[in-house]
Design a protein around this ligand. Sequence first.
Ligand code: BES
Ligand code: MN
Ligand code: MN
Length: 479
Amino acid sequence: MLIIFKLYRILKKNKKIMEETQIYITKNKELFLNELLELLKTPSISADAKFSNDVSKCAEQVANFLKSAGADNVEICQTAGHPIVYGEKIIDPSLPTILVYGHYDVQPADPLELWTSPAFEPVIKVTDIHPQGAIFARGSCDDKGQMFMHLKAFEAMMKTGELPCNAKFMIEGEEEVGSTNLGIFVKNNHERLKADIILVSDTGMLSNDNPSITTGLRGLSYVEVEITGPNRDLHSGLYGGCVANPINVLSKMIASLHDEDNHITIPGFYAQVVELSLEERAEMAKAPFSLEAYNKALDMEDVYGEKGYTTMERGSIRPTLDVNGIWGGYTGEGAKTVIASKAYAKISMRLVPNQTPDEITELFQKHFESIAPKGVRVVVTPHHGGEPVVTPIDSIGYFAASKAYETTFNKKPIPVRSGGSIPIVAMFEKELGLKSVLMGFGLDSDAIHSPNEHFGLFNFYKGIETIPYFYKNFTELSK
Ligand code: BES
Ligand code: MN
Ligand code: MN
């Protein structure tokens, strides 16, 4: 009740709040865009050691932007991997503190030949979904463009004297490779990272007409498997039919991981999965979704997935198992008659509450070893993982975000659970006891991790405009 009353109060004076900030943003739109384009030219690919100088350069760029925006104690914190950029503005210790998290590292750009313009030479192009133009570049949406909105929103509040509370920034360079060193940094910096809420823009929304707030992220268990048959590659005529072909065997093993209803067959896989009530599912189904448009956008005749669930549900509240890569044998030109000694695959499992990556990885490993025929050896190597999260929709943080979107979009955002993963979010909650608010402004169609990643100019500017209202609403609601 109290929250509703406070919200009403905010609503009444909303017209006036953050006025100077909004004027500053409007005046500086072109400058903000040009600055982001500069940032996008740096190929800060965290996964590839060849780019480590560029990752460091990008950290410096972010630090300089933070400084010129008005942050104090800006520091490039070295880690065993890529640096973390930290900065803060404490205007009054008795006021609430918002800790902004984002990442400046990006996914590799390959396959390069599928980009219509080079991945690190950003250009603005008009698309059906983005009639006002979109910035095409690796990292434009995930997450440089979205992280940058926070730097500019902060700058606008600083330059106009309208920053209503304290702000801290923690921008990492290893999100796309599992945030290992950020985990250590957080453990060692509890005092410095003290805050009331974590604010993240590294997710999406339904569409530009249907703003939404992400209220859940799936967890992740990622493994690599290696199947070894004979000790060397063999002539497929002389040995064919007599030995286990690792590629045949691996294909068969992978195929057996789903049954005919597309349920995952690993024993115990679903044991901890929280089933949503029919009411909750009915609520979810109210979110606008067109199967026809979905199929059309992906050029498919139909969708495919677990029996008994809608596409929206399959992509958010249900766990999955997917092969991300598979290789082995001869893939060069022409035909080479060979039975390879080894075959490999990379497999990801997206997790939902209350599955844990450790348990699921162990179940996978045991099961995968158990289904291998005698003629092969199996090695399962776990990669990084992460816990799923669900965020509350009755918290001050959620109300503050909801009201902020309502102000700038003229429409109440709906809560939507996302299928993606940001493993560090669950870790923040465990280590710092802090909930996150996921205010994403990207679209699923923005092609993050794919060739031709882009970020709508509408989305970029709306993000910068919306964030200051979150600051204001959160400060008011915390009183
Ligand atoms: N920003 C994404 C996650 C995301 C995107 C969540 C859109 C919700 C909506 C993040 O950078 C990412 O790519 N995460 C990885 C996991 C990470 C451990 C590499 C993912 O989800 O595959
Ligand atoms: Mn991201
Ligand atoms: Mn990503």
